[in-house]
Design a protein around this ligand. Structure first.
Ligand SMILES: Cc1cc2nc3c(=O)[nH]c(=O)nc-3n(C[C@H](O)[C@H](O)[C@H](O)COP(=O)(O)O)c2cc1C
Length: 387
């Protein structure tokens, strides 16, 4: 039988489930199962004759909410490409306006542009070429058109393979220096903010944690996450998206049912408790800095632009040796979150029609901690659709 101690050994695995140990097992297992992180190696190795396919191979590595990977692309006969939002990859409860999904699509677009530039190809991005009034599934999200003339490489591109969303506790004693915020601001442009100021950080930790609890206690919102959990290697390999919980320490806990969707859904279960403790530490103590971005409006085009900005910001953060963890609960638009949403906008002095688009913890992993390995991705080939 599993003791509590063993479970917490497992919980350490949960926290570090994306550790290098996990990767070793993945490789060992890859004879039987496809490696769900293979797209991270496929992008730099790609030799496809069509530059768009090679660049999209990088774009699928973009950060995106709940790792839903909502992108679909169509390669047009005229050499352009169309980005669409997959209708079965939305988050209807926690992201009812598909704002976060659209941010993820913006990240994808920016990574496509950076990858193309690295090949010397310039790209113009036309957001919402058929208009932006409806849901992102109502029409094309963007059109990519090749520009004449060569493009300049962007140094941010060098950081793509090292970028992670680090969901673990950070070094609470190591604030991000102003010089790093300035460097990130340069890459991110207008609407970027960052702080290491202790009182402000404490306020943001408190709001973020309370918002996280609101989500946990809002049944439909929490179940949206639970239903997107992929538990154990077999489920992750079959569906390399969503919230992947796997790794050598976790496999036995999945097999014996300690880590199961019903357990994660049940307050008081060990899995539920471990999940809370993991975020409680990260959000209430082990954070010494925050970054956030704002936009002038709250239209899909604003979210798409915020995604392009977030991609650049996240790569610049890697360049500064920092790690990021988006904490989006407080920015979500469902009734139970209204009060905390209003509170953070008040605290950060952002008044409608302006809004906060992204909020993230920023800092450094504790000394000696390894960076997490990459999260799973669907291969680029699976995201290229017939027109
Ligand atoms: C718009 C957006 C919102 C996100 N919100 C959260 C969040 O609230 N909590 C979290 O742990 N990660 C969040 N993430 C990070 C994603 O979970 C992460 O990008 C995804 O799982 C892929 O992992 P990677 O970024 O390490 O490649 C968010 C990412 C984006 C783009």
């Amino acid at each position: 039988m599993l003791t509590r101690r063993k479970l917490f050994a497992g919980a350490a695995g949960l926290i570090a489930l994306e550790t290098l140990g996990g990767l070793r097992v993945l490789r060992a297992a890859s004879a039987q199962t496809a490696d769900p992180t293979a797209p991270w190696r496929a992008a730099p190795a790609a030799t496809h004759a069509d530059w768009r396919v090679r660049a999209f191979g990088w774009a699928v590595l973009a950060p995106n909410p709940h790792n839903r990977q909502p992108w679909e692309v169509v390669l047009a006969a005229d050499g352009s490409a169309i980005l669409r939002c997959a209708p079965d990859r939305l988050l209807p409860v926690t992201d009812p306006k598909s704002r976060q999904i659209t941010i993820g699509l913006g990240c994808f677009a920016e990574l496509f542009v950076l990858a193309a530039a690295d090949m010397g190809v310039g790209v113009d991005v036309v957001p919402f070429p058929a208009g932006q009034t409806g849901a992102p599934t109502a029409g094309p999200v963007a059109r990519f058109v090749r520009r004449t003339g060569a493009a300049a490489r962007d140094p941010l591109f060098a950081h793509v393979l090292a970028r992670r969303s680090e969901k673990r506790p950070f070094d609470a004693e190591r604030p991000v220096p102003e010089a790093s915020f300035a460097a990130i601001a340069k890459a991110a442009g207008a609407g970027f903010f960052g702080t290491s100021e202790p009182a402000r950080v404490a306020t943001l930790r408190d709001i973020s944690w309370r918002a996280w609890v609101v989500e946990l206690e809002t049944q439909a919102a929490h179940m949206e996450s639970v239903n997107l959990m992929r538990l154990g290697m077999a489920e992750v390999a079959a569906n390399p998206d969503g919230i992947s919980i796997y790794g050598p320490n976790l496999e036995p806990l999945v097999q014996n049912g300690v880590l199961s969707r019903p357990a994660f859904a049940t307050p008081g279960s060990q899995a539920h408790q471990v999940m809370i403790e993991r975020y409680r530490t990260a959000l209430t103590t082990a954070t010494a800095g925050f970054v956030w971005t704002t936009s002038d409006g709250d239209m899909p085009g604003d979210a798409f632009a915020a995604g392009r900005q977030w991609m650049r910001l996240a790569l610049a953060a890697v360049g500064e040796g920092t790690v990021l963890h988006p904490v989006s609960q407080v920015l979500q638009e469902y009734p139970e979150m209204n009060a905390t949403y209003a509170e953070i906008h008040r605290v950060l002095g952002v008044a409608a029609p302006r809004r906060i688009q992204m909020l993230a913890r920023i800092g450094y992993l504790p000394a000696g901690a390894n960076a997490s390995p990459p999260t799973p991705r669907w291969p680029v080939e699976s995201r290229i659709m017939a027109g």
